[in-house]
Design a protein around this ligand. Structure first.
Ligand SMILES: [Zn+2]
Length: 584
């Protein structure tokens, strides 16, 4: 008697091998049999507690998203929204140096200070929704372990948390002393032995606190970062379960990588190549194009190539579409801080609707939007619109038409078209503002590079600013089905066995006997992200964006159906995945 049988489906097993008709049996959370239909009748008719008829559907491994910020959300959301709706069964947390541990019990506000603005996670949600039962990173992992979870989670230990834990307020203003560094090194080693999958940092100017200061990791020198990465490499060589492995080092890049000055670029690239080769630690980072000019995206491809050619290991994290800030009257608009607009936007929605029908007032608003001073936006904050990169979001997948195109077609000023479109959607419509990855030909070129992994959803962060938990369904619906840019086998491999192997999740990422039964059953003809929606359900009532998907018959985690036909079933089968250096 099997626990679950998935029959009549087309298995795309995650290795890149050709799709084949096969039935899959699952018991005790593990795949116990894969029977090819070419060899006979498969497993149809055998006894099982649950049989899923996958006729006309792809049966693939669950997807692995290695770039999320679900660290805080995990405390109040047992499912793993919105990733769980897009086939993600394993999420890696703690990217870019932002973790909730280690933390001193008398200085939690310092950890929150690092996260709140840089990742747009409401401080009141973190205060209300988290029980803060930990101080060290190993204690945080124990919290993750005992918390009911829909999907599987793994975590990195983050530099900003480490630094504020070791240095207190000085973390935001000073270089680390030898004593500070010794504390941090010890905690990195302890974290790796407890099952962290690596160490992360940010030296990106996009990461600021709510009072306009750099987050703590940005105060570190290259020597400090080097010492912490070395500590991770050392733990790997000593770790008894490691078999020569180390953890992974993730970083959010300094803009020197994209500098117009070749010397700055070379110094930065040479530093990371040396670090990767010297420590033997794999390095991973986002590979976005911040515009179409060569210096805005080619250097990161050079970094990837040079680390791997020099004998190090590097994995680039690619997005599958534009890095889109979502604009709407319900959430935020680029114009919100301009004087006339800020007055309008403080009114109830009905009043805003009425104001836009007053021709004289509308004229003034349009003029201010066209000519106003927008100041400086960081990260995923709304910025002055470039209308060729702003699109009304009327469908979960492209083609999208830009405001500039619509304006040319209608012979109207772009700002008028933007308002027309917003009003046509009853002021509830979202618009995508591409803040990076504007050119989809470059996006495709990046996705095709060796060692490029489609990930970087940022799930759990930027909760009212972006909604990229759908990047996997975008890959399958747009690039595989609609554009035929990748085969289904290639695309599934890139979001299953490729990241699972690289991050050391040895028992995941393949439909194969003995592997954990994280499985997606989906209709390639129908798979697509649905339109995002706004909900107000964070602890304390704060708002967030939510996005579901169409085309999934079922998503299984450790052999249990987590989502059936788009609806959560209420089970919590997810595990904490401790990293390869764990001695637990
Ligand atoms: Zn991040």
């Amino acid at each position: 008697m099997h626990d679950v049988l998935i029959i009549n489906g087309t298995v795309v097993d995650g290795t890149g091998s050709p799709a084949r008709r096969a039935d899959v049996a699952i018991s005790d959370g593990v795949i116990t049999e894969v029977a090819d239909r070419a060899d006979g009748d498969g497993l149809a008719g055998q006894a099982a507690n649950q049989t899923i008829d996958a006729d006309g559907h792809v049966v693939s491994p669950g997807f692995v998203d290695v770039h999320t910020h679900l660290d805080a959300q995990l405390a109040w959301d047992p499912l793993g929204e919105s990733s769980c709706f897009h086939g993600v069964t394993t999420a890696v947390m703690g990217n870019c140096g932002f973790t909730l541990a280690p933390v001193r019990s008398d200085a939690r506000e310092l950890v929150v200070r690092n996260l709140e603005r840089a990742e747009d996670i409401a401080a009141e949600a973190m205060a209300e929704g988290i029980d803060w039962s930990w101080e060290t990173y190993p204690e945080y992992l124990d919290f993750v372990d005992r918390t009911p979870k829909g999907i599987n989670y793994a975590g990195y230990v983050g530099h900003s948390a480490l630094r504020t834990w070791a240095m207190g307020e000085r973390a935001f203003t000073e270089e680390a002393s030898d004593d500070d560094l010794a504390l941090m090194v010890g905690q990195v080693e302890d974290s790796m032995r407890a099952g962290a999958v690596g160490f992360t940092t940010s030296i990106s100017l996009n990461h600021e606190t709510s009072d306009d200061r750099p987050v703590a990791s940005r105060l570190s020198t290259r020597a400090e970062i080097g010492a912490l990465v070395e500590a991770m490499g050392r733990t790997g060589r000593l770790g008894r379960a490691a078999g020569g492995r180390t953890g992974i080092f993730e970083l959010a890049h300094h803009p020197h990588l994209r500098s117009r000055d070749p010397e700055k670029r070379e110094s930065y690239i040479a530093w990371l190549v040396d670090l990767a080769v010297r420590t033997g630690v794999p390095i991973t980072y986002g590979m976005l194009a911040f515009g179409s000019e060569d210096h805005q995206w080619r250097p990161v491809t050079e970094l990837l190539r040079r680390i791997n050619e020099a004998g190090g290991t590097s994995w680039a994290q690619v997005h599958t579409r534009q890095f889109g800030v979502l604009l709407s009257f319900q959430t935020r608009l680029p114009f919100d801080s301009l004087p006339l607009w800020s007055e309008l936007r403080s009114q109830p929605m009905a009043e805003q609707r009425r104001a836009l029908t007053d021709p004289a007032l509308r004229d003034k608003l349009v003029r201010e939007a066209d000519e106003g001073d927008y100041g400086r936006a960081i990260g995923a904050e709304a910025r002055k619109p470039e209308w060729q990169w702003v699109y009304p979001l009327t469908s979960g997948l492209p083609p999208y038409r830009s405001i500039a195109e619509l304006a040319a077609e209608r012979d109207r000023p772009p700002m008028e078209v933007f308002l027309d479109e917003a009003i046509a959607g009853d002021l509830e419509r979202f618009f995508i503002q591409a803040a990076a990855n504007q050119d989809q030909d470059i996006v495709l070129e990046l996705m095709r590079l060796p060692n490029a992994i489609p990930t970087f959803s940022d799930s759990g962060a930027h909760v009212s600013q972006i909604m990229d938990s759908s990047l996997q369904t975008h890959l399958l619906g747009h690039w595989v089905r609609d554009r035929e840019a990748f085969t289904i086998e290639e695309a599934v491999r890139s979001i299953t066995s490729l990241p699972a192997d690289a991050w050391g999740f040895a028992d995941r990422g393949r439909i194969e006997v003995g592997r954990a039964a994280d499985v997606n059953v989906f209709d390639l003809g129908a798979i697509r992200p649905d339109l995002p929606e706004l909900v107000h359900d964070l602890p304390g009532g704060a708002r967030r964006l939510r996005q579901t998907a169409s085309g999934f018959l079922a998503t299984l985690v450790n052999g249990e159906v987590l989502v059936a036909g788009g609806t959560p079933t209420g089970v919590t089968p997810g595990h904490l995945l401790r990293g390869p250096l764990s001695d637990r």
